[in-house]
Write a protein that binds this ligand. Structure first.
Ligand code: UDP
Length: 371
């Protein structure tokens, strides 16, 4: 008999498993995929760690989280600084003095602030949706060229129908600082995320190709407690209806040249280009292999956003009002499942970044009073 059956070998599951194992508990981790690491899975191709389920750049202000992960990986000095491509015009992201200079020709922070102030006047009171929030933060020009098209492709919804908080993730700065994140600690684990998760799961029994929902009666009898990190609505057989998710499709290409776009991420912010962004994976590791040699080839991924339907991989919860209300109903059902802990982006239906995922897994573990 195991103390914990952990469903999902992604970040939440692996952190929880490690903490439980450290506390002397007997743990079994299962995953329906043939690989560990969930959506942070990386795979080596042409000497490059390819982020198979989309780019993941670790960043946090939480020292406890940072110290914990550094027990399993050494992080490099990568700093995210995406470039926006709007119909061939290139802009620096996040929104900073380089962006404002290119957009309006302004040179000083005062001039930039004046432009934004003039354009945000149309928004009265608290912004009610993403469009109002964006205009209120950076004005209409930047909204039209760098936000509207990208956001509508990404979410498949009008910016007026999306919650304001999504755009608040992006910093706005009147300085020449194009670090995408306001975080004290940032980087990519050297050797890839998969290696980091493998290190975290060392000495813990893992069964891959094992689908919990298809064998739940049998699997549940194996442990006192189940930690479920899959979609909460799937756990309840969609009995109250389906929560909406966005899915992503990647078109990967290996190119016989050393440099395709000169940056890890280029966002295509117009409405017409069908992909949202192109990731060139080698730049997460400065184009070098582990010995420090330049890599001759490059691997790129075009990212296409789509509405999730059964059978697709869910990536992003759609945290609007309708889905939020349905999630609350599922949460009530979850609270009655005394043997089960629901966790992670899918288990809690929250747009968690990686650091938050680690943080909530640690916090949940602490509530058990085992360490
Ligand atoms: N966003 C945008 N233009 C960009 C990049 C991001 O309008 O060039 C908006 C968009 O609404 C997106 C949100 O900011 O959903 C958050 O972007 P982020 O890059 O943080 O999303 P993730 O990396 O999680 O997909």
């Amino acid at each position: 008999m195991y103390d914990y059956l952990i469903v999902g070998a992604g970040l939440y599951g692996a952190v929880f498993a490690r903490l439980a194992a450290n506390a002397g508990k007997k743990v079994l981790v299962i995953d329906k995929r043939s690989t560990v690491a969930g959506n942070i899975y990386t795979e080596k191709q042409e000497g490059i760690n390819v982020h198979i389920y989309g780019a993941h750049i670790f960043h946090t202000n939480n020292k406890e989280v940072w110290d914990f992960l550094n027990g399993f990986a050494t992080f490099n000095r990568f700093t995210n600084s995406p470039v926006a491509n709007y119909k061939g015009e290139l802009y620096s992201l996040p929104f900073n003095m380089y962006t404002f200079n290119k957009m309006w020709g302004v040179v000083t922070p005062d001039e930039a602030a004046a432009k934004i102030a003039e354009q945000r006047k149309v928004i009265k009171g608290e912004p009610k949706n993403l469009e109002e929030q964006a205009i209120s933060l950076v004005g209409r020009d930047i909204y039209e060229k760098l936000i509207k098209g990208y956001t509508e492709k990404q979410w498949g919804r009008d910016c007026k129908d999306l919650p304001a908080f999504i755009i608040k993730r992006l910093p706005v700065r009147l300085t020449f600082d194009n670090n995408y994140f306001n975080a004290l600690y940032q980087g990519i684990p050297i050797g890839g995320y998969t290696k980091m998760i493998e290190n975290m799961l060392e000495g813990i029994e893992v069964r891959l190709n094992t689908d919990y929902l298809k064998n739940r009666e049998e699997l549940s009898t194996l442990a006192e407690t189940v930690v479920y990190t899959g979609p909460i609505d799937a756990y309840f057989n969609y009995s109250l209806g389906t929560l909406e998710y966005r899915s992503v499709r990647f078109e990967n290409e290996t190119l016989d040249k050393p440099n395709f776009q000169g940056n890890a991420a280029v966002n295509y912010t117009d409405r017409e280009t069908p992909w949202t962004r192109i990731i060139e994976h080698k730049w997460f590791e400065f184009g070098k292999d582990e010995q420090g040699n330049d890599l001759p080839k490059t691997v790129i991924s075009r990212e296409y956003s789509s509405e999730w339907k059964p059978g697709d991989e869910p990536y992003y919860p759609v945290n609007d009002e309708k889905n939020g209300a349905l999630y609350e109903e599922y949460k009530k059902l979850a609270e009655n499942e005394k043997k089960v802990i629901f966790g992670g982006r899918l288990g809690e239906y929250k747009y968690y970044d990686m650091d938050k995922t680690v943080e909530v897994a640690m916090a949940k573990f602490k509530t058990l009073g085992l360490n």
